[in-house]
Design a protein around this ligand. Sequence first.
Ligand SMILES: Nc1nc2c(c(=O)[nH]1)N[C@H]1C(S)=C(S)[C@@H](COP(=O)(O)OP(=O)(O)OC[C@H]3O[C@@H](n4cnc5c(N)ncnc54)[C@H](O)[C@@H]3O)O[C@H]1N2
Ligand code: MOO
Length: 402
Amino acid sequence: MLKTKPVTEVTRIITERFGAYRLKSERIPLEDALGRVLSEDILASAFIPNFNRATVDGYAVKAADISLCSQETPVTLKLVGRSHMGTSNTFSITHGECAYVPTGGEVPDGTDAMVMIEDTQMQSEEAISFFVPYRAGLNLIYRGEDTQPGNLIIPAGKRLKVADTGTLAAMGITQVPVMLRPRVAIISTGDEIVPVDQPISAGLIRDVNAPMLSNAVSVNGGRPNFYGIVKDHPDAITATVEAALPEADMLLISGGTSMDTRDAVTSVIAALGEVYVHGITVKPGKPTIFGAIQDKPVFGLPGNPVSAYFTFRLFVRPLLHSLQGTQPVDRQITLPLARDLVTNHGREECVPVIIKDGLAHPIIIKSGLITTVSCADGYFRIPRDLPGRNQGDLVEITFLDQ
Ligand SMILES: Nc1nc2c(c(=O)[nH]1)N[C@H]1C(S)=C(S)[C@@H](COP(=O)(O)OP(=O)(O)OC[C@H]3O[C@@H](n4cnc5c(N)ncnc54)[C@H](O)[C@@H]3O)O[C@H]1N2
Ligand code: MOO
């Protein structure tokens, strides 16, 4: 019999053992930085923008000069200069004067508003008429309005998004300090498991877990390395684990976690290191193993693909992020349940759902059938002390975006 531990206790054990571990950092080119985790705070080193800019094509003015103008009573100002893109102005304006500035160009000193060209009329090379009053500050971006030296621009621990790469570019940062990607060794076990590209006959199963876990590792910032499908034999598993260890920051072994005499993963981990958890009060995922070998985290994930999927999500993913100095970000929504759901197994349950017509429709999973999760929009959890949930109960759904 497995002596199962509750999800919260397992999370605590993992956090206590490895929660403080961080990988080293490296500097990488800006164009490769998307999705990587920043290892240092990025502080602004300059004013952005570094000059007062027009946001429209038109005329720089002092707003007070045109405050009383209208279509019937235009105000005419003297045109004293033109700004050119890429160069700094050598002139300024004062009352009674204006200057032409293209969008993005530097406005001359003295400007407090930019009037759009369509609200003016050129009377001569030196005289512009204004028909629409503008308030001060309109159509201008001021020096340092985006950011100023010393401001925290992007904090360490943020997984960089597309807009962040733009912000880094604006700061002139071409080499970005990021955390190393955790190297994750992936091992599939099972005499019946065959590579995806091979034909299957009765009794054989395609290796669903290795490609799925590899992609799960990648999308969470890790670098997967697949060490192949290994027979259900302790010596074979031991040899593969020993080969993988020097090249990995974390090991994921799927299959062979349960009670059958051929389920050798627990004894292999125990012989090479320590087993902290074997059995979790969760469905799917009951026989999951967590241990350490040579001070590296090792997970034994159940062979059933749905169980491997959810145990990766609940236990591996947070650790993968914390090794990078960050944490997963999930979108959530609360919706009413479309129908009654009974759970009487005493384990916390992860229930995948399809969201339709504002309701959460639970999917009946079989943990061997990964297609039952492919079609899910998200999942919610039923605590182990509840016998189920009723139609109309509000459930908190976490989107399965990846
Ligand atoms: N007597 C008990 N039997 C089982 C228990 C239990 O508590 N007592 N727990 C059940 C639960 S829950 C699960 S989950 C499974 C986990 O089994 P294992 O981790 O030992 O996995 P295997 O037996 O090796 O395989 C289970 C199932 O999954 C298929 N599989 C394995 N690897 C892959 C792969 N890489 N890709 C696709 N499919 C895979 C395998 O062919 C089996 O069909 O144990 C229950 N039994
Ligand atoms: O709890 Mo197992 O992981 O469902 O089939």
